[in-house]
Design a protein around this ligand. Structure first.
Ligand SMILES: *Cc1c(COP(=O)(O)O)cnc(C)c1O
Length: 362
């Protein structure tokens, strides 16, 4: 009795965890740069929470996520009713798909983008219309041509994972102006805080009632393990999504930690700036070694090594370095590297060069 779309599916190939990698690697000096987590950790304010505050675990968490909701509303100067919270943005993607997609509807997305849009669309039985990236960026013009009266959702990942490329605000605005009002546009901004250019996408929410922006505490805020994601949209959209939200999506530690993390914007700023400096060194590395990489506005970089990535992965793993192979990301000769700490990045570049010199001379 299994749904037929489930039978065709493969389970999501997530980045290896530290434990999985440690089992395979011969060293215990692991450098985990495969899931775009913040290498600098998280705010010290959150560290105090974990040791000092007793949270009664027998009590259900606050279903309304009230305190964090207030803090975010004031940070962004939006109404509290314009937010929805989820167990990571992964869950919000699922909620959007579940409320809007079904057989007979279609959904438009880039063909090399975050895999959860497609996975959820398959599960909910919608037709998937994929549009190839253009130079690593969403081909917004072409995406518009795929929209018809049965299109329910268009996904735009900005900056895009796995390429790291960024669409400027004016391009998003022009795009929104051409989208029919029955289509929900989902703007996934998991890396928003890393963007190093003027970008105020939140302003678009006031102008477009069919836009939802997704953000997360998993990336620059360094709280991936606590699963706090959220959406910002007009009250009308939020209401529909709320109707299917599980009663208690965010645990109490996560809610407290996110509120505290939000107060420490100095940590966010320092993470962002260090990331820019370290990212620059990868650009230099790429140009010195004639390797293609896309310009990134995130804490990762997709480098085309023109080699057998599986072999490179095995070689790196034996040195305790875990990166994300491009094989499962639609870039079979590339590797996605999370930009880590200075000394980690030095080691990564060293090992990549070593592999290329020993295994890949032509
Ligand atoms: C990491 C990531 C997410 C998921 O983040 P969570 O909030 O941890 O679920 C969503 N979208 C993109 C593009 C990501 O890279």
């Amino acid at each position: 009795m299994w749904k037929k779309q489930i039978l065709k599916m493969q389970t999501y190939k997530r980045g290896k965890s530290i434990n999985e990698a440690a089992e395979r690697s011969k060293t215990d000096l692991l450098i985990k740069l495969n899931s775009n987590e913040n290498p600098y950790g998280y705010s010290n304010k959150v560290k105090d929470l974990l040791t000092e505050r007793q949270i009664p675990l027998n009590i259900y968490p606050e279903g309304n996520v009230g305190h964090l909701r207030k803090s975010l509303a004031s940070l962004y100067n939006m109404n509290e009713t314009e937010f929805i919270f989820s167990n990571g943005t992964d869950e919000l993607i699922q909620m959007i798909s579940r409320t809007l997609l079904e057989p007979g509807k279609n959904t438009v997305m880039a063909s090399q983008t975050f895999s959860q849009y497609k996975n959820n669309s398959i599960i909910d039985g919608a037709e998937i219309r994929e549009v190839e990236l253009l130079n690593g960026t969403h081909d917004l013009e072409k995406m518009i041509t795929k929209i018809d009266q049965n299109t329910a959702v268009v996904w735009v990942c900005n900056p895009n994972n796995p390429t790291g490329t960024f669409i400027p605000e004016n391009k998003i605005r022009e795009f929104m102006q051409k989208i029919p009002s029955h289509v929900l546009v989902v703007l996934d901004e998991a890396y928003f805080e890393y963007i190093n250019q003027a970008y105020h996408s939140i302003d678009l929410i006031n102008d477009f009632a069919n836009l939802i922006i997704m953000r997360t505490f998993s990336k620059i805020y360094g709280l991936a393990s606590l699963r706090i994601g959220y959406g910002i949209a007009s009250h009308h959209i939020i209401q529909h999504l709320e109707s299917i939200r599980l009663p208690f999506t965010n645990n109490q530690y996560g809610q407290h930690a996110a509120s505290l993390a939000l107060e420490d914007q100095a940590f966010i700023e320092s993470s962002r700036l260090k990331n820019v400096i370290e990212r620059e060194k990868y650009y230099t590395f790429c140009s010195e070694n004639n390797l293609h990489c896309f310009p990134s506005e995130t804490n990762f970089i997709l480098v085309d090594l023109q080699c057998d990535i599986e072999r490179l992965e095995a070689f790196l793993e034996s040195s305790g370095i875990i990166l994300r192979s491009g094989t499962g990301l639609g870039f079979p000769t590339s590797i996605r590297i999370t930009i880590g700490l200075e000394e980690q990045n030095i080691k990564v570049r060293e090992k990549i060069l070593e592999f290329m010199q020993n295994h890949h001379q032509n």
